[in-house]
Design a protein around this ligand. Sequence first.
Ligand SMILES: Cc1cc2nc3c(=O)[nH]c(=O)nc-3n(C[C@H](O)[C@H](O)[C@H](O)COP(=O)(O)O)c2cc1C
Ligand SMILES: Nc1ncnc2c1ncn2[C@@H]1O[C@H](COP(=O)(O)OP(=O)(O)OP(=O)(O)O)[C@@H](O)[C@H]1O
Ligand SMILES: [Mg+2]
Length: 510
Amino acid sequence: MEIDKAIRESDDERLKTKYKNAIFVIRRALALYSIEEVAFSFNGGKDSTVLFHLLRAGYYLHKEDEIHANREGLTDHVKFPLRTIYFETASTFTEINSFTYETASTYGLQMDIIRLDFKSGLEALLKANPIKAIFLGVRIGDPTAVGQEQFSPSSPGWPPFMRVNPILDWSYRDVWAFLLTCKVQYCSLYDQGYTSIGSIHDTVPNDLLCIHNPKDGRRSFKPAYLLPDGRLERAGRARKSSAPASAKSSAVSNGDINTVDIHHNSLLTASVIAVGDEILSGTVEDKLGASLCKKLHAIGWAVSRISVVRNDIDSVAEEVERRKGSSDMVFIYGAVGPLHSDVTVAGVAKAFGVRTAPDEEFEEYLRHLIGEKCTGDRNEMAQLPEGITELLHHEKLLMPLIKCLNVIILSATNITELDVQWDCLVELTRHSSLLVSEPFASKSLTMTISDVKAAQPLSKLRLEFPDLYIGCYRESRNGPLTVSLQGKDQARTEAAAEALCKKLEPGALH
Ligand SMILES: Cc1cc2nc3c(=O)[nH]c(=O)nc-3n(C[C@H](O)[C@H](O)[C@H](O)COP(=O)(O)O)c2cc1C
Ligand SMILES: Nc1ncnc2c1ncn2[C@@H]1O[C@H](COP(=O)(O)OP(=O)(O)OP(=O)(O)O)[C@@H](O)[C@H]1O
Ligand SMILES: [Mg+2]
């Protein structure tokens, strides 16, 4: 079997391991389900092309075992019997379409072309066929991989089947190592700078592969397998899902996968998460949370929640998962480092459903900082969430800041370190408008009247100024009551202060 032979003859040990594991998953599925009960979801993309050849190899090996044939007994051209499903839409690239059809004809695939959306199409397919498991070319780092394992039942609300993901743990580099080692055909778009292919409406060649010809000013693109950093595979794709709370996601073709075009007029919200058993036991007092709130407020951000969680991956993951969806930005600190209790980075990875993987760039920084003690694969600190991490460098920082989509991991352990990291962050994100927001216009009034007397005028004020935040606090039960008025419009805050003064009896204001 030519695929199996090509991998066996290769000296790429990593590829061999990935291949072996994927074949194991495929053979496991073929042992669990009959051929009529499995299907292969093929869309002509690079990942499904890899999966297709793995399935051919896996099926061949499975068959070989099943009939106890010697190698001569089975020819290389064992017919591929898996039902293959292709969801075709009007917005599919013609190159993808023709590659899919050509592959089907070359290998004699029994292909079902479905022209419905995924869910309805799968419902119809399952009604008409006894399918129990579907092979997919989903990889960790794909947005759709969140929470998936090699065998994952379909989501609630979807028709029931097992999703089988043999290449879930493959990296971008592994995919290209496989396609090139096995010398198999792939869709021509990948030779034109496309690195991940969606619909014609949301996909462009990856700018990181762009070459400018200085003579005629023309742009051309290098092939996909030359992309130096696989984490930027989706840089040619428009961002869709998981946009932060009030951020308007935008198509990105500038190579920065994490760029988010924040809508300036809306109120931006942040969550702050501290990680530390010692804070929860009262051994250590958390000062960073309050400082971060002050800093965020000063640049016009509203902090919607500050929480403290235990040094435990699941506790961190659970909190980050909740906050990353409800806030525009999440700031997390504590438990960053190489100790057993330093679980923040892993927790963030888990919240995004990605694994942690060694980051060469980060490792280089660590090497400078801690020298040779920091060795390749044993260096836990160099493991960062794969596919979603951006390192923010600043000359004043010994280590770059870690940004995972809308979560910023701060390594500061005290106020002085936090001040430095914060200033660098603000400076770094100034031009990308990441943190830019209208500052708050605030006004404070101190009143000497009782809460009972203040209640009614304040209630009325709230109805008149629903666009403002009206807060009250007192430093002691018998002391004065401070009313704070905050909004994004100076004139409105002034007007509210004036309106409140009018509502109060003379002398009530301090
Ligand atoms: C065979 C197959 C099975 C799928 N099963 C699920 C599922 O169980 N749950 C789910 O949320 N999405 C499921 N999807 C949808 C994908 O997760 C995802 O939305 C789609 O592949 C993304 O394509 P897009 O980037 O073009 O939107 C399935 C898709 C296919 C093709
Ligand atoms: N239109 C479709 N028809 C059939 N299967 C699909 C379709 N879209 C996605 N899939 C399944 O989902 C998997 C993941 O899709 P994804 O777009 O991430 O990968 P790909 O298309 O194979 O490669 P690329 O990342 O280069 O686009 C595919 O490998 C395939 O199994
Ligand atoms: Mg694709």
